[in-house]
Write a protein that binds this ligand. Structure first.
Ligand SMILES: C[S@@+](CC[C@H](N)C(=O)[O-])C[C@H]1O[C@@H](n2cnc3c(N)ncnc32)[C@H](O)[C@@H]1O
Length: 267
């Protein structure tokens, strides 16, 4: 008797189950509003935006849709190379930051759109290229990928986390805490394959550790991640911090980003 084929994998259902196992709660737009005001935003993201832009092919691209654009770290430099950028985000604070930069720099070819992944994008023009950089932590990832794909005439490009934030696995082990890593880039790759697309994967350089992080800040961050820390835990974290300047959390929420792009073929 021959072995039957395994049942097809429902990547969307598994992704949701994985998110739930991590205790994931979708962030409201207001959570991002507060972050937009942080003056450290640009400094913390410079390495990332350089690496992303260096790998983003823009030849033959006249229009770009940037979903989850934030304060425009990518929209602004991309706008200098194409005819028009449509920059979409659900956070008023982030869009205020983008509008301020547009005015400051006298940019005339970026249109901000106050919309979320789940809103109706009917009024947003389809663009040659659609990107979603670090903005895909949504419960219905498959729907988001379909939406991005449908809004891209030539190509779409996303970045997705590949693995835990540097420092977290070491600290979980040090404290003897159970901890489930967030879903990684395998999910969108599989979903894109199921959509009949041919995703290409590129890896951005490893995220840098926050070398300026002091021991008190580290203790606060670790408490946010793992919950209550007793005196022994706190001492262990301070000991870890003192061992080496590299014993810090990384700036980014992943050890490195996967940059995934694909032809949409929906001209
Ligand atoms: C880490 S920031 C990335 C900003 C920018 N794309 C970059 O890479 O520099 C994530 C952005 O996604 C936006 N975002 C998160 N969830 C969203 C949603 N459901 N709909 C629209 N925007 C969302 C946030 O407001 C935030 O501006």
């Amino acid at each position: 008797m021959s072995t039957p084929l395994p049942a097809p994998i429902d990547h969307s259902a598994r992704y949701l189950q994985h998110l739930q196992a991590c205790g994931f709660q979708a962030k409201p737009a207001s959570a991002w509003d507060a972050r937009a005001a942080q003056s450290s935003w640009k400094r913390r993201h410079d390495d990332y935006s350089e690496a992303f832009l260096a790998r983003l092919a823009l030849s033959g691209v006249a229009t770009v849709l940037d979903v989850g654009c934030g304060p425009g770290l990518l929209s602004l430099p991309i706008a200098a190379q194409v005819s028009h950028v449509h920059a979409l985000d659900y956070s008023t604070g982030m869009l205020d930051g983008l509008r301020a930069a547009i005015t400051r720099k006298g940019v005339s070819n970026i249109t901000p759109w106050a919309l979320s992944w789940t809103d109706d994008w009917h009024d947003v023009p389809r663009c040659d290229l659609a990107i979603a950089s670090r903005s895909l932590m949504v419960p219905d990832l498959e729907a988001a990928l379909h939406k991005l794909d449908a809004h891209a005439r030539q190509r779409a490009c996303i970045t997705f986390a590949t693995g835990p934030r540097a420092g977290v696995p070491e600290l979980a082990e040090l404290l003897g805490r159970d901890w489930v890593p967030m879903p990684d880039h395998r999910y969108p790759i599989n979903m894109l394959l199921d959509m009949g697309r041919a995703p290409r994967v590129n890896y951005l350089p490893e995220s840098v550790r926050d070398l300026a992080q002091d021991a008190n800040d580290l203790v606060i961050q670790v408490e946010k991640m793992f919950g209550n820390l007793d005196k022994r835990d706190q001492a262990a974290i301070r000991g870890w911090h003192a061992t080496s300047p590299q014993h810090r959390l990384s700036m980014a929420p992943t050890c490195r980003w996967a940059m995934i792009d694909w032809e949409t073929g929906t001209k």
